[in-house]
Design a protein around this ligand. Structure first.
Ligand SMILES: [Fe+2]
Ligand SMILES: [Fe+2]
Length: 162
């Protein structure tokens, strides 16, 4: 039988804390990329029908920025550094401006991909913080609920536009 020494327990707790800060930091950076792309896409969309998607997408910009704010505050509470622009992600290929400014469907598909990525990441954060950091877990659950709402909304739009 192997015994866990107090030093091993301390090392494991330190490793968990580092991993959770990494996941939290990545969540923050994902939100910031989403803010940039939703703001651009909601502005670039042209045409009367496109406005039905542009309006809720513009409203989402504020929600995603709200997520970034809450994640930044939590990072600060944990004694971690909130990253600057040099750390920003460039992963959302699907959300780059479409060649045709009225291409609503491509924007919707890009949003769905971003929301799926966010949902998967918050699930990972919720599992990683289980029993380790309840406050971060609570935050991740609350944001996950918003992302699932966004996903549901744009799934409905896809049915109308595809
Ligand atoms: Fe978000
Ligand atoms: Fe979202």
């Amino acid at each position: 039988m192997t015994m866990t020494t107090p030093i091993q327990t301390e090392q494991r707790q330190a490793a968990d804390a580092t991993r959770n800060v990494d996941l939290l930091t990545r969540a923050y950076l994902m939100e910031m990329e989403t803010v940039a792309n939703y703001l651009a896409a909601s502005t670039n969309l042209d045409g009367i029908r496109a406005q039905e998607v542009a309006r809720p997408l513009a409203a989402d910009v504020d929600e995603e920025l709200g997520h970034a704010r809450r994640l930044a505050a939590r990072l600060h509470e944990l004694g971690a550094v909130v990253p600057g622009s040099h750390e920003l992600l460039r992963e959302q290929d699907m959300l780059q401006p479409p060649a045709e400014p009225a291409d609503v469907e491509s924007v919707i598909r890009g949003v769905l991909e971003a929301e799926d990525g966010a949902i998967a990441h918050y699930r990972e954060l919720i599992e990683a913080t289980d029993g380790v950091d309840w406050v971060t877990q609570d935050l991740a659950i609350s944001i996950l609920a918003d992302e699932e709402g966004h996903r549901r909304l744009f799934e409905g739009f896809l049915r109308d536009f595809a």
